[in-house]
Design a protein around this ligand. Sequence first.
Ligand code: SAM
Length: 282
Amino acid sequence: MSDKGILYLVATPIGNLEDMTLRAIRVLNQVDIIAAEDTRQTLKLLNHLEIKKPLISYYEHNKITKGNYIIDQLLSGKEIALVSDAGTPGISDPGEDLVKLAIENGINVTPIPGPVAAIAGIIASGLCSGRFVFEGFLPMNKKVRKERLSQIKSEIRTMVFYEAPHKLIYSLNDMYEVLGDRNIVLARELTKKFEEFIRLTLKEAIEYYTLKAPKGEYVLIIEGVKEEILEEEKIEKWNTISLEEHLQIYLDMEMTKKEAIIKVASDRGLSKRDVYNSIMKK
Ligand code: SAM
């Protein structure tokens, strides 16, 4: 048996206090220390739950020094609960680094699951939730943000983003420019009094937020590219070169003529016979 402590990752509500789980309450009552991203916010929750525990801050700008302190405490046998500002630690907050550090030090890490804004948003979005990708926050810098969007332009799965209200319009503009017009669901103020699901296209969302200032917290859920569109784009790309040039690319890759014809036919959505006949005619 290890005499090291345990790091608990405790999910807390993203707005509605009733979403606190019984297990999360028990663990917060049981640990020696609670490490919180925002101690003031967590103190409100602890007061509400009538839990009194030593609180330390652990956030983006002190995560190196405080991370080492937390690991020392865990190594000496203390049990520590990490809580974020809201939701699940490790999802778009510095929890990820502490988990890595704990594992490197042979400390057990136990999740105490609960609310995650991204999951709450996608399950009620009405877009495909069977397969999706979580992108978190887009980069602040416009150029880097557009590069990131270009990387996921051909993603067929639903994409989930976090966004702050004051950056929403910039992200929507870049999304429209890079991804084209797509369905988007803007899930705002989840689990709170003014919870709302705004279902629009990217173009409509830009118009909407040009007239109305965004308020509250947002999860953006965007549909993936349709496979037919991806297929059309691929075919369009190949149509910019001649059949002979296309065939030569595969012959240069040391394919046999028969293999190259099969590849060209598949790339262009043609039959093998059509490709063969066109090449033979010339
Ligand atoms: N760890 C959190 C989680 O599990 O969802 C996310 C933390 S991240 C720093 C904060 C972002 O989550 C916000 O900017 C917003 O995009 C999203 N978010 C958090 N609470 C939300 C809510 N009630 N409604 C909509 N989005 C929310």
